[in-house]
Design a protein around this ligand. Structure first.
Ligand code: GLP
Length: 244
């Protein structure tokens, strides 16, 4: 669906998330959310915070799994996704800390494989992700699944694309400071979600959105794999949709 602007679209996504939370609450169940970082979801999180503060929306039955984290990365660093999530959402709502899951950027190299396996198992133990929100990188990555990622890939350590590192360089004060690796849920992990929403705003995303939606299925643009899933919805603003 295409919305007039980022604000309107973000409010719609927040509404979808809150309806899911409420319907789960009524059934006495937990809502399992897959969350993304980057600029794209910021207004969605703002709206969720507003719903919590002004309309009493409770996150006490919510479990979250974040898509990815740079590697290596200390959780307290300015650029860590742990810090991003705390500042942009978790510090402002009533989620239980033990219900928050984010890939660990501080693991020893030899422990990563085991951590990734357990991350997958933990998602499954909650019955899978009910709703996964995604942004899209200019390489066509979702999470940090860069070009070349397999459609059945699981949570794993990946090497970041040069374009991704350049796009991140502003946050890190220079491309040399951007980690070369990340831990990310796989395409296969994302695909298991019962519902997936990919969000994109801004004309900077128009050409990659066009490739993702209309382009031939290809490992060169991992987001094209989303065409295979009947549970995916693209929520765009007019600018991101302008090349479709
Ligand atoms: C980062 C994140 C992705 C995100 C993408 C787009 O690389 N790992 O999950 O979707 O960048 O970022 P932005 O929303 O800032 O455009």
């Amino acid at each position: 669906s295409v919305y007039a602007d980022e604000q309107t679209a973000s409010i719609e996504v927040a509404k979808r998330i809150s309806s899911l939370m409420l319907s789960k609450q009524e059934k006495g169940e937990q809502a399992v959310l897959g969350l993304a970082t980057g600029a794209t979801p910021v207004k969605v999180y703002k709206e969720l915070i507003r719903l919590h503060k002004e309309e009493g929306l409770s996150f006490s039955n919510v479990v979250t799994f974040n898509l990815d984290e740079y590697y290596p990365m200390k959780p307290g660093s300015n650029q860590s996704y742990v810090r991003f999530m705390n500042e942009n959402l978790f510090d402002h709502i009533d989620i239980k800390r033990e219900n928050i899951n984010i890939p660990d950027g501080e693991l020893k190299r030899e422990d990563i494989e085991d951590f990734c396996l357990k991350y997958e198992q933990k998602i499954s133990s909650f019955g899978g992700i009910d709703l996964q929100v995604l942004g899209i990188g200019r390489t066509g990555h979702i999470g940090f699944n860069e070009p070349g990622s397999a459609p059945n890939s699981g949570t794993r350590l990946v090497t970041l694309d040069e374009l991704t590192r350049r796009d991140a360089s502003r946050d890190f004060g220079g491309v040399a400071n951007v980690p070369t690796k990340a831990i990310t849920m796989g395409i296969g992990t994302i695909f298991k979600a019962k519902e997936i929403i990919l969000m994109a705003w801004n004309e900077k995303k128009a050409s990659i959105v066009k490739k993702a939606v209309e382009g031939e299925l290809s490992a060169d643009v991992p987001a094209t794999y989303l065409q295979l899933s009947p549970h995916v919805e693209f929520i765009l603003d007019q600018d991101a949709a302008s090349s479709l």
